[in-house]
Design a protein around this ligand. Structure first.
Ligand SMILES: Cc1cc2nc3c(=O)[nH]c(=O)nc-3n(C[C@H](O)[C@H](O)[C@H](O)COP(=O)(O)OP(=O)(O)OC[C@H]3O[C@@H](n4cnc5c(N)ncnc54)[C@H](O)[C@@H]3O)c2cc1C
Ligand SMILES: *[C@@H]1O[C@H](CO)[C@@H](O)[C@H](O)[C@H]1NC(C)=O
Ligand SMILES: *[C@@H]1O[C@H](CO)[C@@H](O)[C@H](O)[C@H]1NC(C)=O
Ligand SMILES: *[C@@H]1O[C@H](CO)[C@@H](O)[C@H](O)[C@H]1NC(C)=O
Ligand SMILES: *[C@@H]1O[C@H](CO)[C@@H](O)[C@H](O)[C@H]1NC(C)=O
Length: 531
């Protein structure tokens, strides 16, 4: 029955040479087309092919989820790194002409690797925008133009370089790419005061499906609405955002107060659920929940860490806490008064005394294999349910939950102002994460199963028709496009991310990209049926 190796080898060689011949010609054709269609010459260093010894390190560079770098995950044919905005435009024109699939990457933090891997579309080319990262801050105009490849940390740094009293309300993790980040909403520790990053965008430059570079006036208000929260890579390539700067005081206060189960964590967290969305708009207290070791050998516990930013000084903060959340027992010694830019480093998790210049390196602090999910909570979760939740966490190696308060400005913006719909009525958002450090199939299955079980358990405590989810926490378990998904199929996950806004997103998509050029596992579909 077994074939001898002498029979298999020639067949393999034929297959291999056929494979490398096509993959080579994809790149050659693409390069030729780019040369003929580019306003600016394209340096040879803008290409990184699979045979280039730097290929894996370039591919890995900003890929945040190691799960999508595992050997069996399809890799791009080659990586193209635009040096000018016009290169991105030429890439769209040529990919369309040659019918090649593109993936776009800004900061590489996509939870499901959609920016650098593909489960349903092969072959594909990775367009890595990391060289387009200029930032122009105009303090007098309260605005900045920021290119897609810049990280949020660089954006924060460049703002603080010009002014101690300006800031921008986007993500807490400094290595996020501003390009992809704002496409899904972009929340951070100033969201209760100013809303999301996407709520604070004034203009944008994109490459549309025809290879035209459009600003807000040229793209029109429908498309400008869709790109601010409708999710990445469905409507065009974001080249740059014009963001609105917001006011921050010269002195802000941060703190982190941990409470273990032994210290009454359950009761305090129950109380937090009742007050977190009603606190002073200047105060943001999230809860980071992890399993930690205790001093007793082999015994683990759950730690709930209250991690906060207050836009004011410690004295006022203590008054606010005394009035609205005395149960936490915040003391003056817990409070650190600092500048806004240093609060960014603190919240992102850099060791104290790290100079803000570290933000210019644009590097992430950690990488691992992970799977995450999200929920929006509208009723406090009872203490008995929390106790069962702790039992489930204690069964897993490295579980993490982050509970993120809503209210304030988030409740003041209408559900349809931008595609992000989770506004008034939400007390907080939960992010569930499990991470691991060994890329075997068994480990992956084990952790993926665990988080599914947790998510099932939590369905009793959140709205379910539809259940909410945050599009920037992409979760392919919720459903996937296969070729051209229909509206009905895609509505399952579309309603979870966008609620009633999904319909408008599909309409806009059908108008601006009827051929579905910008597509991926969860891109907005074009209308194919009338459900
Ligand atoms: C460690 C970590 C911390 C996080 N913290 C926060 C947080 O505090 N707040 C928050 O809101 N979110 C947070 N996120 C989620 C984050 O906002 C999303 O993952 C976001 O999509 C990342 O943008 P990116 O450019 O880094 O990712 P990428 O992986 O480059 O892109 C994400 C998606 O957008 C598409 N895309 C990328 N660039 C462009 C472009 N220029 N034009 C069009 N489409 C594009 C990609 O193809 C992909 O589909 C976090 C994620 C991680 C991994
Ligand atoms: C290999 O890729 C790197 C990074 O893109 C590039 O600078 C270099 O020129 C490439 N080398 C060759 C031989 O193409
Ligand atoms: C890229 O990441 C994969 C997965 O973690 C790893 O196996 C590989 O060694 C990395 N390669 C480089 C060059 O960093
Ligand atoms: C939200 O609206 C309420 C009621 O109008 C107002 O008191 C509050 O200041 C607003 N919050 C923000 C952050 O604008
Ligand atoms: C998807 O459907 C559109 C509209 O019917 C069509 O133009 C396009 O070619 C299809 N794309 C794929 C990948 O099947």
């Amino acid at each position: 029955m077994a074939f001898s190796s002498t029979m298999i080898l020639p067949l393999l060689l034929v297959l291999l040479s056929a494979f490398s011949a096509t993959s080579k010609s994809v790149q050659e054709n693409f390069m030729q087309c780019l040369d003929a269609n580019s306003e600016h010459p394209i340096p040879i260093s803008a290409f990184c092919s699979q045979t280039n010894s730097s290929f894996t390190s370039v591919l890995n560079s900003t890929a945040q989820n190691l799960r999508y770098l595992m050997p069996l995950v399809p890799k791009p044919e080659f990586i193209f790194i635009p040096v000018y905005e016009s290169h991105a435009k030429s890439a769209v024109i040529c990919a369309k002409r040659l019918a090649i699939h593109l993936r776009f990457r800004s900061g590489g933090h996509d939870y499901e690797g959609l920016s650098y891997a593909s489960e349903i579309e092969t072959p594909f080319i990775l367009i890595d925008l990391n060289q387009l990262r200029s930032i122009n801050v105009d303090v007098d105009d309260n605005s900045a133009w920021v290119q897609a490849g810049a990280t949020v940390g660089e954006v924060y740094y460049r703002i603080s370089e010009k002014s101690k009293t300006h800031g921008f309300p986007a993500g807490l993790c400094s290595s996020l790419g501003i390009g992809g980040h704002i496409t899904g909403g972009a929340y951070g520790s100033m969201m209760r005061k100013y809303g999301l990053g996407a709520d604070n965008v004034l203009d944008a430059r994109i490459v549309d499906v025809n290879g035209e570079i459009l600003d807000r006036a040229a793209m029109g208000e429908d498309l400008f609405w869709a790109i601010r929260g409708g999710g990445g890579a469905s409507f065009g390539v974001i080249l740059a955002w014009k963001i609105k700067l917001v006011a921050v005081p010269e002195t802000v206060t941060v703190f982190t107060v941990p409470k273990t189960l032994e210290q009454g964590a359950t009761k305090i967290l129950y109380r937090w659920q009742q007050v977190a969305d009603k606190l002073d708009d200047d105060l943001f207290i999230r809860v980071v929940i992890q399993v930690t070791k205790t001093s007793l050998k082999g015994k683990r516990t759950v730690t709930t860490a209250y991690n906060a930013l207050y836009l004011g000084d410690a004295e006022r903060l203590l008054q606010v806490m005394d009035q609205s959340f005395p149960e936490l027992g915040l003391a003056r010694k817990d409070c650190i008064e600092t500048s806004w830019i240093k609060s960014v480093l603190y919240i992102a998790g850099f060791p104290s005394e790290t100079p803000p210049e570290v933000l210019l390196e644009g590097k992430s602090l950690f990488k691992n294999y992970f799977k995450a999910k999200s929920d929006f909570v509208q009723q406090p979760i009872p203490e008995t349910a929390l106790e069962k939740l702790w039992e489930m966490l204690l069964e897993e190696e490295s579980p993490l939950m982050i509970w993120n308060p809503y209210g304030g400005m988030m409740a003041n913006i209408s559900d349809s102002a931008i595609p992000f719909p989770h506004r008034k009525g939400n007390l907080f958002k939960i992010q569930y994460v499990t991470s691991w450090y060994e890329g075997s199939k068994d480990a992956t299955r084990k952790h993926m199963d665990w988080i599914k079980g947790l998510y099932d358990y939590m369905s009793a405590y959140v709205p379910t028709s539809p259940r909410g989810a945050y599009v920037n926490y992409r979760d392919l378990d919720l459903g996937m496009n296969h070729n051209n998904a229909s509206y009905t199929e895609a509505s399952v996950w579309g309603a979870m991310y966008f609620k009633g806004n999904f319909r408008r997103l599909v309409k806009i998509k059908s108008k601006v990209d009827p051929g579905n050029f910008f597509r991926h596992e969860q891109s907005i579909p074009v209308v194919l049926d009338r459900a």
